[in-house]
Design a protein around this ligand. Structure first.
Ligand code: PDD
Length: 285
């Protein structure tokens, strides 16, 4: 695998980062995950906008980076062995002697690679995934796409230990998002999802689903469902760059609705597949 590190395209085995890198020592870095369909990076402008927002939020000036992002991500997508996959980009505050305060002159560390898509099993698609409800133990700036992911790591591991694939996170009685995804519920045939703000990562797939819902004339409320609204939902969906749109069919061992992916899921799923086909053919929408 060829990776990008600080201006060089090199084999992954040859890539070296200092042990004093603040990404390693403090988790002092931000990241992006961008899907690729048919070698075409998906929604690059939106991902770059979110990356720049994360950089600014943590006090790293995006102008310190001289990369032309659309060209860069096209080059990165071209390193894939086949057309579909995802790209990972991480930018840290660089290597410097350990002290919490920002270093004066450390260049930012920029690391990126692309990897092939790990195909979802057809079972996952037709049966859906299991989730558990867990307390949201994360910090209060979930909108920053930071690599300080220890809380998310613990939450996912707890979900796996309970035989589930995702943790749906409860804060102040509301389900804002998952440990690695945004959450939608369907109630009375209306979609409901938490609004953008500090409680969620503003998912790019979430935005795509909002657009597709509008195209499919599915009514939507940007309001975080309560725990009991989630448990009484007709359907629950999670979205992310790697999971796209996935139905949650069991929560804490109780079936969601009928226990199978429902009609709103299939509508959004089919619309998402059509969108991907367009992207592969170079139709940017
Ligand atoms: N995570 N919320 C959280 C906490 C996430 O970690 C993610 C995605 C999302 C969905 O965002 P998007 O649709 O832009 O992928 C929401 C990525 C995929 C990850 O950490 O690997």
């Amino acid at each position: 695998m060829i990776v990008y590190l600080n201006g060089e395209w090199i084999p992954a085995e040859q890539a070296r980062v200092s042990v004093f890198d603040r990404g390693f020592v403090f988790g002092d870095s931000v990241y992006e995950v961008i899907p690729v369909y048919g070698y075409k990076p998906f929604r690059v402008t939106a991902h770059v906008r979110r990356l720049e927002a994360s950089l600014i939020a943590v006090g790293m000036d995006p102008h310190r980076l001289s990369l032309d992002w659309p060209i860069f991500f096209r080059q990165l997508a071209d390193t894939l062995p086949s057309g579909d996959g995802s790209m990972y980009l991480q930018i840290s505050r660089g290597a410097a002697p350990r002290q919490h305060a920002f270093p004066a002159n450390a260049p930012l560390t920029v690391f990126a690679y692309a990897r092939p898509q790990i195909a979802e099993s057809s079972e996952r698609l037709t049966i859906g995934i299991k989730a558990v409800l867990l307390d949201d133990i994360r910090w209060s700036r979930c909108d920053i796409k930071s690599t300080s992911l220890i809380a998310n790591v613990l939450l996912v591991q707890e979900a796996l230990a309970r035989g589930a694939d995702e943790a749906l996170l409860v804060r102040d009685g509301h389900v804002n998002e998952g440990a690695v995804s945004n959450v939608f519920v369907v109630r009375s045939s209306r979609l409901m999802t938490a609004p953008r703000g500090h409680n969620i990562l503003g998912g790019i797939t979430r935005d795509v689903v909002l657009e597709l819902a509008s195209l499919c004339a599915i009514p939507l409320d940007e309001q975080a469902p309560t725990r009991s609204e989630l448990l009484a939902a007709e359907e629950v969906l999670v979205t992310s760059s790697t999971r796209e749109v996935t139905a949650v069919t069991k929560i804490d061992a109780r079936p969601v609705g009928s226990g199978s992916p429902g009609p709103i899921f299939w509508q959004l799923y089919n619309a998402f597949q059509a969108l991907k086909d367009d992207v592969r053919q170079g139709i940017d929408r």
